[in-house]
Design a protein around this ligand. Sequence first.
Ligand SMILES: Cc1ncc(COP(=O)(O)O)c(C=O)c1O
Length: 392
Amino acid sequence: MDWEERYADRMGWVRSLEIMDLIRLMSQRPLINFAAGLPDPAGFPVEALKDAADEVLTDDWRSALQYSEPEGYRPLRDWVAADLTRRGVPTSTDQVLIVSGSQQGIDLVARAFLQPGSVLLTEDPTYLSALPIFRSFGVEMSPLAMDDGGLDPDAAGAAMRQPGVKLLYTMANHHNPSGTTLSDDRRRPLLEHAAETGVPILVDEAYLDLRYEPGEPAPLAAAAPEIPILTVGTFSKTVAPAMRVAWLAGPAPVIERIGILKQLTDLHANPFTQRVVHRFLSAGHLPAQVDRLRSLYRGKRDVFLRALERNFGGRATWSRPAGGMFLMLRLPPEQSGTALLEKALEHGVAYVPGSLFYPSGDGENTMRLCFVSASAADIDEGVARLAQVVWS
Ligand SMILES: Cc1ncc(COP(=O)(O)O)c(C=O)c1O
């Protein structure tokens, strides 16, 4: 049977990213890896998770190991609703769906709102692994330029008024890949454009809590809580990605419908890890855990920025993220992040070419660098190697 032909209509668009395959292959030998967006395992709260898992398997194993409610473990939904409310987004439990990673949240929202020919507005650059989701629905991507303050709300508003626009996907805090945070004065106008045009916004708050500058980060939705938007958040970055515990919040009727879609996909998120995460949260561990991650990652960011200054100062520019896990290095225009990758891998250092993150096809002279995974010594060595690759 010719499988290619059989699935061409539905899966013709599915391709692995050859560059990521190359990085994976090369990662099998020792490599300083600025490519993968992996949290530092030193930040995993192992002891608290051991206790939580033990308690769940002692007191609540019947439910934890059983099929479960499609919308998620109710006490965890209560916790998320209360947390959003505390952060200025009044939310009730029926406005929260627990999902198996925010990746699934993005996929479900795309399934709910997009079809072939729909226009999707997204930042340029945007989250690499959201792009194939949107492409899988045959959408037309309409990229919006960003500057150091994020999206221009009026340009986004004008784009929302174009025919066929069905969704805007944005990362307002500690953007992946650019590290940018949407400035305060742009938030309310962006949401007002959404309210006026009726274009739904999906805001991805994956990195909300990973902030290294003073001041508590606010979810985008808090800028105008009376304007309904969809927010996806995750415990992958603050607790551990292997839990696959994340949430989607928004208007109750939308959440209910998307909950039905989720049920078709995987019945429900993992009841065991949902309970473990809930015990962790209700034992009050999160604030100390977030503080610990902030100080660990702030230190690494600063080491990275100093290494860039030493090796690239005056010859390239880069973002200075207030939070998150990534920054973008912008080389002179004649340089290509794609073309340099193989040489970088030969020198034992990996990154992701920035152009992959740009739906517009721009960003050829950029590299996305993850600053949290490598040790401080490896950051110094890896950035020096990168400079050799670029300048020699
Ligand atoms: C911006 C963004 N959104 C969503 C995700 C998916 O995270 P998870 O599915 O683990 O919640 C990631 C992971 O790197 C991300 O960077």
